[in-house]
Design a binder for this molecule. Structure first.
Ligand SMILES: Cc1cc2nc3c(=O)[nH]c(=O)nc-3n(C[C@H](O)[C@H](O)[C@H](O)COP(=O)(O)O)c2cc1C
Length: 246
């Protein structure tokens, strides 16, 4: 193969292939495993998410058949119960076993590198603002009160649905959680993990008759700035806009 013509993506893919004769060696450094939970210290206010509905709704098959990317929202707010259900469906803890707290969406090695931030444009019962989801405590934590819809829309290449959505999920990766085990291969798994979360958001939104569109096209550093992450240890990987269908 002509290596000189390869881009960084090609090289990354080649260099991070598992090969029988060159598998990574050495055990895991259990003493330094990063925690899968981020706790934000300077919270203004916390809102425990509502207990999830685990029965009823449309069937999984109907949700798969009906799911579409929806980019036109009515401007009517969603409720905090609906938002709670979406958060639980994507990142809620659904079982505890063998010292792990397993979540609704799968994760390579159960390392859970993805964090959830929410830009709330209009959700009944909670103020506008930027929130972080505290997975362990099952609550959203208000980081900054105010209207960030326009900023996150600009950071998302000006895609208007981002400003018109009731809420925008912003998923970041805390890369060290995954690199601790998978080294450079971790980036592959991070993108797979967040893809699962995105699909779960789509299906859950569809089951609740809400519109959803995931977004991969954004100015990375601008999104990082809006949510207040450093872009290196933790960086934005994917967005999901949710609202009532127009
Ligand atoms: C990784 C990824 C990134 C995407 N980014 C955007 C985006 O930036 N803007 C957008 O309008 N749609 C985006 N989409 C939605 C796709 O355009 C959409 O899934 C595709 O057109 C198929 O339509 P469907 O989802 O209705 O089946 C993205 C979807 C995926 C999976």
């Amino acid at each position: 193969m002509d290596r000189g013509r390869e881009g960084i993506g090609d090289l990354y893919h080649q260099e991070t292939k598992y090969q029988r004769e060159a598998m990574p060696r050495g055990g895991l450094d259990w003493a330094h495993q990063p925690s899968p939970y981020k706790e934000v210290g300077d919270a203004l206010k916390q809102f425990p998410i509502h207990p999830p509905e685990q029965k009823g709704g449309i069937s999984l098959w109907e949700a798969i058949a009906k799911r579409r990317s929806i980019r036109e929202f009515s401007g009517q707010p969603i409720t905090f119960s609906e938002l709670s259900q979406l958060i639980w469906a994507t990142q809620g803890i659904t079982s505890k076993a063998w010292g792990f707290e397993f979540r609704a969406s799968p994760s390579a090695g159960a390392l859970y590198p993805i964090e959830t931030y929410l830009v709330v444009n209009q959700v009944k019962e909670i103020p506008f603002g930027l929130y972080h989801y505290n997975v362990k405590e099952a609550q959203i934590v208000l980081l900054k009160e105010g209207h960030f819809g326009s900023e996150i829309c600009q950071a998302g290449l000006g895609q208007e649905m981002i400003a018109e959505a009731s809420c925008v999920f912003v998923w970041t990766a805390m890369v060290q959680r995954s690199k601790w085990k998978y080294r450079e291969r971790a980036f592959r798994y991070i993108y797979m993990d967040v893809g699962h979360i995105g699909q779960t958001l789509y299906l859950a939104a569809t089951a609740m008759n809400l519109g959803c569109c995931t977004v991969g096209a954004f100015f990375d550093e601008e999104v990082d700035r809006v949510i207040g992450v450093d872009g290196k240890n933790e960086f934005s990987v994917y967005l999901g806009a949710v609202g009532r269908v127009r």
